[in-house]
Design a protein around this ligand. Sequence first.
Ligand code: HEC
Length: 157
Amino acid sequence: MQRLRPALCLPAVVLLGASSASEAASFDAAGEPYRIARDGTVDWATFEGYRRFNGNCETCHGFDGLGSAFAPSLVESLQRMSHDQFIAIVMHGKQDVNAAQSLKMPAYDTNPNVMCYIEDIYAYLKARADGVLGRGRPRKHEPKPAAATRAEDACMR
Ligand code: HEC
């Protein structure tokens, strides 16, 4: 299979590897894509994911990913969906053919504002789905790692 574009865009794992201050007291033990310190400080990827989710997905998927009349709760979806399923749906879209309504998940594979941050959005939503990140804007976040800036520049170019 052809290498997917987000793979070029430095996955959150790499970004996480490049930090950070609050590694010791955090939720990342099980190899999760997010890291949340006991005082609520989130890693950069999770914070960026929060922002990108709000900029691109929240209109349909609701505040804090909790769903709306237009689209399902991703906080629930990510409790059962794999990382790869998530990426595939965001890239290629989805439409339930049996649905009486014609609501449709758009395909974002050509949208750099989403694809360059797809792992960040995943990290944010996974933290929400796992119940370790509450509603609203994370109060504190780690500084942006230099690796994240480089990845962003390369991806958005
Ligand atoms: C224009 C409205 C709209 C926008 C914007 C939108 N979605 Fe969706 N999304 C939908 C609809 C509607 C569905 C349900 C599709 C179906 O099941 O037929 C959906 C489904 C999904 C699913 C699958 C959920 C499941 O349980 O099967 C994922 C994952 C998803 N969206 C992620 C995202 C992400 C991430 C973004 C932002 C980058 C986004 N969506 C933006 C409308 C939208």
